[in-house]
Ligand binder design. Structure first.
Ligand code: GYE
Length: 363
């Protein structure tokens, strides 16, 4: 496989011979990091460490069967249906939060609208659900709504993406460490460049997720940190593709029209990666030429690693339902649960894609 500096014009200026792919080891999707409890009262802005933190003092609500029907009613304030990751995430909640596991599910879809989602949570409070799980579209402006949930005596769990609020406003966070995922991707690129003696500028097309989501902030921050370390790395284009395939394609098309050189695409989810690849194909560019870095690990994306389109995927596990359910049960039983639990995630590249595809989520 050859990776080359793609010129926006007709010629490829620099051919990079790819002799072997990086051999990064990966974590196990689905497992979590653990660390002994330690006290914490700090806020949990975008994730910056891969540890678990113990419950902060100041949050005393525990899940209860308040209506005595023998089930816990979970109100799930979901982001939307923008991606394959999201579809798998929703399905994992719908599969797990059922009567046989001791739950009822009330589902609210924010359609990627942060304001609507605040109303969704208020509606869940008004309905008197017994626990709320919030997967926040963006991380800011949540204090009043979380205070309302707390005042109503409804424990609130944050999942998938984090919040910039004081951690005495929620019971626990469960999900990926987005900065770590970005760091995993960057490390892979650094190793790749070193192993393959890549010289010359690294011109990066940066497709960002939903601006203001911690998934975007953490992954973008990792790239910003890398740029500060590597003087020959440059972002030649940066635009949000809102985590959707359609928007990913659209922004990549507008970039290609600028006729600029690029040799790396850093795309903050698989769906935008699919869109970017389609845009290159439609423009008559070889989608296998640039180094493509993606996030999530949908089955089709892992197949594209095998087929040589995508070079690396930083994993992000969407199958959170059973693990959130477990935390609720533990908290209900009076156990102290960690304030933050991050999924353990690694990378998928040509070294492990054939293995990883066997357990990949989605289609
Ligand atoms: O990477 C993306 C989705 O918040 C981790 O949201 C999630 C991100 C995921 O739309 O595909």
């Amino acid at each position: 496989m050859k990776k080359s500096l793609v010129t926006a014009g007709l010629t490829a200026l620099l051919a990079i011979s790819m002799t072997a792919c990086s051999n990064n080891t990966t974590g196990t999707t689905g497992s979590t990091t653990t660390q002994p409890p330690a006290s914490s009262s700090s806020s949990t802005a975008p994730a910056s460490s891969s540890s678990t933190k113990a419950a902060a003092s100041g949050y005393s609500l525990v899940p209860k069967d308040t209506n005595g029907d023998g089930l816990i009613t979970l109100g799930f304030a979901q982001v939307g249906a923008e991606s394959g990751w999201r579809t798998a995430n929703t399905q994992s909640y719908k599969d797990y939060f059922v009567e046989k596991n001791g739950f009822k599910l009330v589902f609210a879809d924010a359609n990627q609208d942060a304001d609507k989602q605040k109303q969704d949570v208020r509606d869940l409070i008004a309905q008197g659900v017994e626990v709320i799980d919030l997967a926040p579209v963006t991380d800011s402006g949540w204090e009043p709504v979380l205070q309302e949930a707390k005042n109503a005596g409804i424990p609130l769990i944050v999942s998938d993406r984090q919040l910039s609020v004081s951690d005495d406003l929620y019971l626990t966070y469960f999900g990926g460490n987005m900065k770590q995922e970005g760091d995993n991707a960057v490390k892979w690129l650094e190793d790749y460049i070193a192993k393959n003696n890549v010289t010359g500028p690294i011109n990066i097309v940066h497709l960002q997720g939903t601006m203001g989501s911690t998934a975007q902030k953490g992954r973008s921050q990792a790239l910003t940190d890398a740029l500060a370390k590597h003087s020959d790395w440059k972002v030649v284009y940066e635009q949000t593709g809102e985590f959707t395939q359609a928007k990913g394609q659209e922004v990549m098309e507008s970039f290609l029209q600028q006729n600029k050189d690029f040799n790396v695409i850093y795309s903050e989810n698989d769906d935008m990666t699919y869109g970017a690849i389609d845009a290159m194909k439609n423009a008559g560019k070889d989608p296998k030429a640039p180094i493509i870095i993606s996030f999530d690990g949908n089955k089709s994306a892992v197949q594209m690693v095998i087929d040589g389109y995508i070079d690396v995927i930083a994993e992000c596990n969407p199958l959170l339902g059973p693990q959130v359910g477990d935390l609720i049960k533990k908290a209900k039983a009076g156990e102290t649960i960690p304030k933050i639990t991050y999924s353990v995630e690694g990378v998928i590249d040509s070294a492990n894609a054939a293995e990883k595809i066997k357990t990949a989520f989605g289609s």
